[in-house]
Write a protein that binds this ligand. Structure first.
Ligand code: UD1
Ligand code: CA
Length: 424
């Protein structure tokens, strides 16, 4: 099995944030989570070393809470990407296999691209493989310098490049695969004699050539995969790209997305065929949506939502941590949270599950069985169960369980005072 090193010690100054850069999120999942997930999904890596520095405790907490196969290693001070990788040396003294090195701020990297990269590395029997891409605007990236015969000579950082090197459009994507046994001694030989006074990881290319190792570059076709995030603008662009990928996947699979430009669906949402997503929906977190459902316009699913087939979630309906069985409708202005809802249920406009007690901070469940009808503007005060077939009259404030097939009414009876206006 391979190991990976993920560089995440940098500050991310341009984010202008209290958070470390790699903990900024897309659909509430930090960038670093996307990178670790992509690496794990290749199924060839059994252990990840995350190099942390700036706000290390926060990054470490995220990693330890979410990944059992990942270990954080502190790099203080941060003396460059080469120095960052050298932090693992004490942990991998006897390791002989391959190591993938990548950065924690490129959340769009996919396991498919990593797998193709690894395959290339193996097929070439390469000792050092670097991922490259062709950019129309290569500014700020390290440039891949090739020899006349096309072989890779070295990587030159923008700040160290001469005018002719700056015209090179092939850039270093910052992802590498190395044979650890052959490369580990490089890290005691790197120098910081360059424009930034840093120990550059990129110098292992030149070093490898001097040691007559097999050095190769793998040029990717889809430049979006290596999109690195340095600013809030980059974050918005990466979010858009990730979202568009997800929408196209669903459309290919038989889901109608009426307006891809205003629809947001998290990568962890599954949607079955013939479901229609109307404009301006925000679907976040992990959800499972069945066949022939209609969602929106203007619906908000907040995660852990499971909808069976033929469910309708209409405008200004918010749903969280709720399962809904087939042919149930919640069409207008409703909040459903921490609920289990049966089949053939009609939830009237303006229904609220009052799931949260702000005094005790306890969240409770609402259970609504099959064939229940909830009248408009009702509040279901959890914990509460509405048994099968029961009806709740409009403006019901339901604080007790309602038995099957009963009618529950809590509103004051309608009074009509004849000619009241004239008398006044
Ligand atoms: C680096 C590459 C450049 C490449 C680019 C791709 C070097 C010298 N240059 O440049 O060729 O085109 O990535 O994005 O490697 N980090 C640490 N510890 C450190 C320094 C950096 O963990 O001491 C981490 C950063 O948090 C970041 C990553 O390494 O995640 C890259 O560092 P950064 O300074 O952003 O490198 P670039 O200048 O972008
Ligand atoms: Ca830098």
């Amino acid at each position: 099995m391979f190991k990976s090193i993920i560089l995440a010690a940098g500050k991310g100054t341009r984010m202008k944030s209290d958070l470390p850069k790699v903990l900024h999120s897309i659909f509430d999942k930090p960038f670093l989570g996307y990178v670790i997930d992509a690496v794990n999904k290749t199924s060839v890596v059994d252990e990840n070393f995350i190099i942390v520095g700036h706000q290390a405790e926060q990054v470490e907490e995220f990693v330890n809470n979410n990944y059992t196969n990942s270990k954080c290693i502190l790099q203080t001070p941060q003396l460059g990407t080469g120095h960052a990788v050298s932090m693992v040396l004490p942990y991998l003294k006897d390791y002989n296999g391959e190591i993938i090195i990548l950065c924690g701020d490129t959340p769009l990297i996919t396991s498919d691209t990593l797998s193709a990269f690894i395959k290339f590395h193996k097929e070439k029997a390469s000792d050092i493989t670097v991922m490259s891409a062709i950019f129309d605007n290569p500014a700020n990236y390290g440039r891949i310098i090739r020899n006349q015969d096309g072989s890779v000579n070295s990587i030159v950082e923008e700040k160290d490049a001469n005018e002719s090197q700056k015209t090179v459009k092939e850039i270093n994507a910052g992802i590498y695969c190395v044979n650890w046994n052959k490369v580990k001694s490089a890290f005691s030989e790197l120098s910081n004699n360059n424009a930034q006074g840093e120990y550059y990881l990129t110098d292992i290319i030149k070093w490898g050539n001097e040691k007559h190792l097999a050095v190769n570059a793998y040029t990717i076709q889809n430049n979006e995969d290596i999109f690195g995030i340095n600013s809030r603008e980059n974050l918005a662009e990466a979010s858009r790209i990730l979202n568009q990928r997800t929408l196209h996947k669903h459309m290919k699979n038989g889901v109608t997305i009426v307006d891809p430009s205003t629809t947001w669906i998290s990568p962890e949402t599954e949607i079955d065929t013939d479901t229609i997503i109307y404009p301006s929906c925000y679907i976040n977190g992990k959800n499972k949506i069945g066949r022939h459902c209609k969602i929106g316009p203007f619906a908000h699913l907040r995660g852990n939502v499971v909808l069976e087939d033929y469910v309708k979630i209409g405008n200004f309906v918010e749903v969280k941590k709720t399962t809904i069985k087939s042919h149930t409708n919640a069409c207008h202005l409703t909040y459903l949270g921490d609920s289990e809802i049966g089949a053939n249920v009609n939830i009237g406009a303006g229904t609220i599950t009052a799931n949260y007690n702000p005094l005790t901070k306890v969240k409770s469940k609402t259970i609504i069985k099959d064939n229940v009808k909830i009248g408009s503007n009702s509040v279901l005060v959890a914990p509460v169960t509405i048994e099968e077939g029961a009806n709740v009259g409009a403006i019901g404030v339901i604080t007790k369980n309602i038995p099957a097939w009963a009618l529950a009414i809590t509103r004051a009876p309608l009074k009509i005072l004849e000619n009241w206006v004239q008398k006044k």
